[in-house]
Design a protein around this ligand. Structure first.
Ligand SMILES: [Zn+2]
Ligand SMILES: [Zn+2]
Length: 299
């Protein structure tokens, strides 16, 4: 009997609370609040709720472009000295106000079995066998990319597509992990790559992977902090290690990027790294994630 009385009392309280809530809702005006997961006072436009009062962890602002990296994320200006790393035989870099144009004839400054046999840079295959190699020889191409000198992080990331997604320091186009509309690079396709992590396709010679650690590799980044190239959103991509820590960076976002100094700048700026995770047990994909910036067309 005592218990029934207590339950009745609880139900009465609950009913009273519900009714008084109803009264409150009529009296208040709901506002939209945006999640501020990183506590920098700026809210994420993609995560919101309606409430009369400001909920904990939510703010009225909706202008945070990265609600995970916080206010420490510096976009910065791309250091001009980075462009000294590009192969001048293949790549022309021109600066025009707040734009940089990178033009390449796609002819790399390193050896490969994909060169014509009478080319001075031709070598016999060292990684793939001749049977595994894809058909075709390195020929001159034409790639032009114009980016901002101070690329910005976009409000949302965007996926890369088939074809060139960037231009490497050697002048060769960088591809993602896709091999045609059929899907990602298979073990069989990868077995045809040269030590540079490249092979031939319908549009020419292109990189998918980090280069391999073979004697013939004297130019390309392997397990180091070397500059790899520039992606079409204007952000530079470096090897698996970062000059700022002299080690594998531990603060990379989902795009493999972070803000720090590099060998090219004492000022922190946003850049990508090759993500230090194996693909098919033996390769490191150059860039198989989403752009953090806004991609420009590579023509
Ligand atoms: Zn390919
Ligand atoms: Zn870095």
């Amino acid at each position: 009997m005592k218990h029934i009385l207590i339950y009745g009392f609880v139900i009465s309280i609950a009913l009273f609370t519900m009714y008084s809530c109803g009264d409150d809702e009529e009296a208040c005006t709901e506002s939209t609040w945006f999640e501020d997961a990183d506590g920098d006072g700026l809210g994420n436009a993609d995560v919101s709720l309606q409430d009369c009062d400001q909920p904990t962890g939510y703010v009225a602002d909706n202008t945070d472009t990265d609600d995970t990296g916080g206010s420490s994320l510096v976009e910065g200006t791309t250091p001009v000295s980075a462009f000294d790393e590009f192969n001048t035989d293949a790549v022309t870099v021109s600066f025009n106000g707040d734009e940089i144009t990178i033009e390449s004839n796609a002819l790399p400054n390193h050896t490969s079995p994909y060169w014509a046999t009478d080319n001075s840079l031709y070598i016999d295959p060292v990684v793939a066998t001749a049977q595994q190699m894809s058909p075709g020889r390195i020929t001159q191409g034409s790639y032009t990319l114009t980016v901002s000198t101070s690329p910005e992080i976009a409000s949302t990331t965007s996926s890369t597509g088939l074809g060139a997604i960037g231009i490497a320091v050697t002048g060769v186009p960088i591809f993602n992990d896709e091999e045609g509309p059929t899907g990602s690079v298979s073990e069989q396709v990868a077995s045809g790559f040269d030590y540079a992590g490249a092979h031939m396709g319908p549009t020419g010679y292109h990189y998918h992977m980090e280069a391999q650690d073979v004697e013939a590799n004297t130019v390309l980044s392997y397990d180091d902090e070397k500059l790899v190239g520039i992606l079409s959103d204007g952000f530079l991509i470096y090897g698996r290690k970062c000059n700022a820590s002299d080690d594998y960076p531990t603060d990379l976002d989902g795009s493999g990027g972070h803000s720090s100094t590099t060998q090219h700048s004492d000022e922190a700026f946003y850049h990508y790294h090759i993500i230090n995770e194996l693909y098919i047990d033996k390769y490191y994909l150059l860039f198989a994630v989403d752009y953090k910036g806004t991609p420009n067309r590579i023509m």
